[in-house]
Design a protein around this ligand. Structure first.
Ligand SMILES: [Zn+2]
Length: 60
């Protein structure tokens, strides 16, 4: 089961990433870190994460 994590992407914009199954990182390789700043709600999703996630799902 994959969990979502909201954090900055490569451009610093907050997006929803998808965590790896062991929850140590994200599918796009972004470093998982706690953001001390205000948690702005976002409906944007990390494109590399989504692409990787779809590839993972399709191979199962
Ligand atoms: Zn991502």
């Amino acid at each position: 089961m994959h969990e979502m994590w909201c954090g900055p992407d490569t451009s610093g914009q907050r997006v929803w990433h998808i965590l790896t199954t062991d929850k140590t990182g994200t599918l796009c390789g972004a470093e998982r870190q706690e953001d001390p700043r205000r948690q702005d709600p976002t409906d944007k999703h990390c494109l590399p994460c989504m692409t990787t996630f779809q590839a993972v799902v399709q191979t199962r």
